[in-house]
Design a protein around this ligand. Structure first.
Ligand code: GAR
Length: 203
């Protein structure tokens, strides 16, 4: 079983999808903490409503963030971290302490349309402006850069000629809600190995 800390900055729909998959018996995990860099976030509200420890980074000084986070993660028994709409880089010490045990979800097919500033609506606008015919969602392991690290799972959605960023975002989000719990279950089952910066999934 994964003891998950979910980091989320915003509304928290991926957090809800993870929680629902656990309730439905599709994901062998327990959410041990929800952590946000924004005090007012839907994700923290959800955690409080569901009796999950809800931690805000907004009062923590930047230089204390790394050690504070490592301490809190240890305290709540976290053994795996999922970024779910977390719009800030994780401190290097946390990345290193949880190497290959941190995932992120991104609303496009990485390594395209990722990196600093590529979040939410900006991603879908860039995808549509590029003339790409497909987009999708990516779950990947996290390293020290935004949206980089070995890819775990991707799924595509077609782009219609008259698509808007809003419509594309809605369809990609549906995919996100499916592939994030599925990817986490691969880790819960111990099926993911990492070599040469690539993952392989044992069947
Ligand atoms: C999701 O679409 C997620 O892929 C994206 O933020 C949204 C969060 O929604 N993340 C990124 O863009 C990371 N680069 P949610 O708060 O409803 O889960």
């Amino acid at each position: 079983m994964l003891h998950l800390a979910v980091f989320a900055s915003g509304r928290g729909s991926n957090l809800r999808a993870i929680d629902q998959a656990i309730l439905d018996g599709q994901l062998d995990a327990r959410i041990v903490a929800v952590i946000s860099n924004r005090a007012a976030s839907g994700a923290l509200d959800f955690a409080r409503e569901h009796g999950i420890p809800a931690l805000s980074l907004s009062e923590i000084a930047a230089e204390a963030e790394d050690s504070w986070l490592q301490e809190q993660l240890a305290k709540c028994g976290c053994d795996f971290i999922s970024l779910a709409g977390y719009m800030k880089l994780l401190p290097a010490g946390v990345v290193s302490a949880y190497r290959h045990r941190i995932t992120n979800i991104h609303p496009a097919l990485l390594p395209s349309f990722g990196g600093k500033g590529m979040f939410g609506r900006h991603v879908h606008e860039a995808v549509i402006a590029s003339g790409a015919k497909v987009s999708g969602a990516t779950v990947h392991l996290v390293d020290e850069e935004y949206d980089r690290g070995p890819i775990v799972m991707q799924r595509c959605v077609p782009i219609a000629d008259d698509d808007t960023a809003e419509r594309l975002a809605t369809r990609v989000l549906e995919i996100e809600h499916r592939i994030y719990p599925e990817s986490l279950q691969l880790f819960a089952d111990g099926r993911v190995t990492v070599r040469d910066n690539k993952t392989s999934i044992r069947s």
